[in-house]
Design a binder for this molecule. Sequence first.
Ligand SMILES: NC(=O)c1ccc[n+]([C@@H]2O[C@H](COP(=O)([O-])OP(=O)(O)OC[C@H]3O[C@@H](n4cnc5c(N)ncnc54)[C@H](OP(=O)(O)O)[C@@H]3O)[C@@H](O)[C@H]2O)c1
Length: 282
Amino acid sequence: MASKLAITDLLALPNSAVKIPRLGFGVYQAHGPQCVSSTLAALKVGYRHIDSAQYYANEKEVGEAVRQSGLKRSDIFITTKILTPAGSIDKSYQKMLDSVQKIDGPDGYVDLFLIHTASMGAESRKEVYLALEKLLADGRTKSIGVSNWGIGHIEELKGFAKVYPPHVNQIELHPFSQQREVVEFCHKNGIIVEAYCPLVRNQKASDPTLNSVAKAHGKTVAQVLIRYCLQKDWIPLPKSSTPSRIIENADVYDFELTKDEMGTLDGLNQGARGAIVQAVTN
Ligand SMILES: NC(=O)c1ccc[n+]([C@@H]2O[C@H](COP(=O)([O-])OP(=O)(O)OC[C@H]3O[C@@H](n4cnc5c(N)ncnc54)[C@H](OP(=O)(O)O)[C@@H]3O)[C@@H](O)[C@H]2O)c1
């Protein structure tokens, strides 16, 4: 049950021996030495799952932090993403391999490789997914998935994919943008759902409903938002470059949102209008 959640919790990926930590750490807009230090701080607090991307231009720094942490590589789950196709399966594969090498060296691997967006057209989605499957078959990633994909994009894979369903779909999720249709589809099909912008980028810090729930538990709005994700069976990926907030965002295991509170937060949903980055097209 929810009260027994712990920072060490893992979820099994579909049709795979791989398990993914239920709390992630985002590094979008963390650059250079700041990315190394915030990732190191997160690993010290107990996060074991880092979410990077080619687009964030910090894969090398994430790898550096993992090496400096002194933790075993196999104890850390690292995700990256490809944003645009390279023009052929082989070229996209090479582009992915470049990321793997930046993160984990010439013989390394990542734990999860995602296609960052669906907005590249069906031909390109196929090219990149086939390249991902090759990366998986070659052991250079342990799992594969998609991000910002709607139901139609995922179902399109059935036409050619060997690996179906994809292991993960990473989308924008928080009380104001619950994307219920695609979440239900993913959960029904065993696809792990990751929540980006789980803190709504701190834009809802003054929201009265969030503040009243936070006050009832003696916790912060950010902690309520992360706990909400965990209790929805989403994997939150809170980002912070502030040491005290990195600790705060992982300190979510000493309280539980009640069924009524979950219902109240569910009531904040604004559909696609509530998304601050993007809601998927189903
Ligand atoms: N797949 C995609 O298309 C996609 C899109 C967006 C994000 N993502 C992933 O999801 C991760 C999270 O999303 P995000 O970074 O956009 O937004 P977020 O995690 O919702 O919010 C991050 C912002 O909130 C602030 N913050 C963090 N902890 C806080 C706290 N306890 N109290 C108040 N403010 C706090 C951070 O500031 P400081 O850093 O200054 O502390 C930062 O400005 C990203 O880093 C990335 O890994 C993926």
